[in-house]
Design a binder for this molecule. Structure first.
Ligand SMILES: [Zn+2]
Length: 92
């Protein structure tokens, strides 16, 4: 696998052969995310889906997850807090 300099961990590590996500963001992941950090994101995503009770077919839920993915992997924007007092809501 090709090495990438990862935007999240800052290390040169194994990256992806193909984007693990579609579109522009997938291209950014391919260029700047190592497979280790992607695995960290998948765990974080599962936590967010469970915590907020998200339906991944719901466009608003997908937008929420995409924004959190960008924040998590690229350090862009704000990440949602996992706050148990707001379970089941997406607070914009
Ligand atoms: Zn990394």
């Amino acid at each position: 696998m090709p090495d990438v300099t990862c935007l999240r961990c800052g290390q040169a590590r194994a990256g992806f052969e193909k984007p693990p996500f579609p579109g522009v963001i997938g291209a950014r992941v391919l260029e700047g995310t190592c497979t280790v950090c992607w695995g960290d994101w998948l765990r974080q995503q599962t936590m967010l889906i469970n915590h907020y009770g998200l339906n991944v077919m719901d466009p608003q839920a997908r937008k929420f997850l995409t924004q959190n993915m960008e924040a998590f992997l690229f350090r862009a924007g704000a990440q949602a807090e996992v706050d148990t007092s707001r379970q089941g809501t997406i607070d914009w």
